[in-house]
Design a protein around this ligand. Sequence first.
Ligand SMILES: Nc1ncnc2c1ncn2[C@@H]1O[C@H](COP(=O)(O)OP(=O)(O)OP(=O)(O)O)[C@@H](O)[C@H]1O
Length: 427
Amino acid sequence: MAAPSKVVVGSQVWLEDPEVVWIDGDVLEINGDNIKVKCSTGKEVVINASSVLAKDPEFPAGGVDDMTRLTYLHEPGVLQNLKSRYDADDIYTYTGNILIAVNPFKRLPDLYTKEIMTQYKGASFGELSPHPYAIAHAAYRQMVNERISQSILVSGESGAGKTESTKNLMQYLAFMGGRPSSEGRRSVEQQVLESNPVLEAFGNAKTLRNNNSSRFGKFVEIQFNDSGRISGAAIRTYLLERSRVCQVSDPERNYHCFYMLCAAPPGESENPKSTLKLGRLWMLLGINSEEQDAIFRVVAAILHLGNIEFGKGSEPDSSQPKDDKSNFHLTTAAELFECDRTALEDSFCTRVIVTRGESIKKCLDPTAATISRDAFAKIVYSKLFDWLVNKINNTIGQDSDSKFFIGVLDIYGFESFKTNRCLTGTL
Ligand SMILES: Nc1ncnc2c1ncn2[C@@H]1O[C@H](COP(=O)(O)OP(=O)(O)OP(=O)(O)O)[C@@H](O)[C@H]1O
């Protein structure tokens, strides 16, 4: 941490504060290496001069729209600038050609209108206020002018606003490269945006930081033809947080789809689509009603798996469903998966070890059977998620002749939980 080159009486400085992170103040006295600072809160502090950072006395009230224009580009300087702008609802700030977004935690609809998009279409980078549209525009222009594919990386911790920013980028790209949808056929960009609610139902969950947290990474590739028009798209997902299917730390929740299915009112449980409120969307994404039923069966079966408990079996170190309730859930899960009940039970309560020329069936104790059950649920859920993404991609359609693409990578924030588990799980 570099101290201000020359601290004199009257200098404005920043000092670290356990409550507000950085606090500003004026230097009152200098005694050797120590200085006395009167903080803006009124308290006086004696501190080593090397522990303070210089504050810009001419910092403009509303901040600057590009951090590179700050006199002091240090942590308190950056935070002061972001805060000054945030207080005026200026949630976007540049650092060169990087856009920093601060989550406003409220709707700012006037920021994202067609008129605003039109303004950015006619402006060069830096001419207008910082905005995701400006970033998308720069990528699009560069692709068209230099005929090179582009990628935009959206990164930040959970709840920072990555998904919202990604949607804004996609909206602008659709605005620039979109085509009016032809009779009876929806445009590629419409389909990409429409896939969000379905992906969010199966890949998002409520967490401590975000009620609608994406628990998977997403790379959306928008493909363009020679004249800069959207010709296809592909959604690639990775690192779905499978462990959430079986273990959720309170007060977090599992994936939205489980609650949506459970919220089906009595009598409607055979037709949960009405409760999921996704019926029309499924059709638009090319998932027919037979496939929809299969999806709901798999989700329901996973819920039943979670209710199977194992007790000791008749053999030493063996296991079996603990009671009638567990037997009921096992039978129901097998019916929903349309598989043999005994085979399903065996897959949890035994392990087959293949040696040279023979295979040996080994019994598993109740703890190991529970681990097998959870691993099975995680694998089935992640396969279902991959299937959905694949289905959506087939419907949207990729253009194998596309000339270039703009990729938008939305990589979810990493967190440190009380108990941290492997993301992939094991079988
Ligand atoms: N630009 C914005 N305008 C209005 N609300 C916003 C904006 N950005 C974020 N939010 C609000 O904050 C919430 C969290 O944002 P978002 O889901 O984009 O975070 P994220 O970084 O993608 O989080 P995660 O990594 O957990 O998925 C949104 O649901 C929305 O309510």
